[in-house]
Ligand binder design. Structure first.
Ligand code: C2E
Ligand code: MG
Ligand code: MG
Ligand code: MG
Length: 288
């Protein structure tokens, strides 16, 4: 009897492995189809200047509108896309779509002249030798200057060839794009990054911002990261600002830019266009 049970357990164990593997394959195949069927959309989250409240730019954040599943957040499919290499065509789509939207906003005068769009790059994209050309081509196609593009990057264990990545990153900076170190202070973005990335911007991870007004250690960390950014001649951006108190504290600490639910959640482009229009209508004098 005991042996029978043992046998069953082994069978159960194996079938659960099969299950995970086949689910992964499911997601992979669904992702492949999603690319062909155009099931991705970009949401945009505003980034504001803390000192005067002005709009500096937006971060583009991908979502997958999966039929019969609804909206899938990036944390659930970006890792699969990275493992399978699908992040390369997906990332190219994200870049093209974000720049297309930026050119619409620019041409309609919806955004200030120095407006930036920030796009997240996976480390897997950074080790793809065609990335620089993909970006240059997308900029040219939409008649945009590279100075309007910020590329956010994090570190990963996936990358073995750091020198190739560094070459790509340097070429991107030379092409005129701004580099931003995302999630700084977490395991994904370490101090070592500061040594070899010609970055213009440091984003304080939102886990530190979360404790800013309640935990003195988090407050000290945020202050240190802001100081570090400025020491390196970089702009500091706080992510995940959810309260007025956090924003006030960041202002007091001299942080440059802020992004978070308190200032605006990520939304489809049309929603932002409308919100900006309403703001302009309210601030410009009534026509006579
Ligand atoms: P991230 O680049 O650090 O993006 C910021 C994340 O924080 C976004 O999650 C955003 O919705 C969320 N967030 C912003 N403000 C707040 C706040 O006040 N409170 C809280 N709790 N969260 C806030 P999202 O959109 O789910 O994206 C998660 C991650 O997925 C991103 O983190 C980024 O690493 C990755 N990702 C998103 N879009 C892309 C993409 O197009 N390409 C690549 N490679 N990665 C992407
Ligand atoms: Mg980001
Ligand atoms: Mg981040
Ligand atoms: Mg992140």
């Amino acid at each position: 009897l005991a042996r029978d049970r043992g046998g069953n357990q082994v069978a159960l164990y194996e079938s659960s492995i099969d299950h995970t593997a086949s689910r992964r394959l499911d997601v992979e195949q669904a992702l492949r189809r999603a690319l062909e069927r155009d099931e991705f959309v970009l949401f945009y989250q505003p980034i504001h200047n803390i000192a005067d409240g002005s709009l500096k730019g937006v971060e583009a954040l991908v979502r997958w509108i999966r039929p019969e599943h609804g909206m899938v957040p990036p944390d659930e499919f970006i890792p699969v896309a990275e493992r399978t290499g699908l992040i390369v065509p997906l990332g190219a789509w994200v870049l093209d779509e974000a720049l297309r939207q930026l050119s619409v906003w620019t041409r309609s005068g919806s955004v200030p002249a120095d407006f930036h769009v920030s796009v997240n790059l996976s480390p897997v994209q950074l080790s793809d030798p065609t990335l620089v050309d993909t970006i240059k081509r997308a900029l040219a196609e939409h008649h945009l200057e590279a100075s309007h593009l910020t590329l956010e990057m994090t570190e990963t264990a996936l990358i073995e060839d750091r020198s190739r990545m560094q070459k790509t990153v340097t070429a991107l900076a030379e092409a005129g794009a701004s580099l931003s170190i995302d999630d700084f202070g977490t395991g994904y973005s370490s101090l070592a990054y500061l040594r070899y990335l010609p970055a213009k911007e440091l984003k304080v991870d939102r886990s530190f911002v979360a404790g800013l007004t309640t935990n003195p250690r988090d407050a000290a960390l945020v202050a240190a990261v802001i100081g570090l950014a400025h020491e390196f001649g970089m702009i500091c951006v706080a992510e995940g600002v959810e309260t007025a108190e956090q924003l006030e504290r960041l202002r007091h600490l001299g942080c440059d830019l802020a992004q978070g639910y308190f200032l605006g959640r990520p939304v489809p482009a049309d929603e932002l266009t409308q919100a900006w229009q309403v703001q302009r209508d309210n601030t410009s004098p009534e026509p006579r």
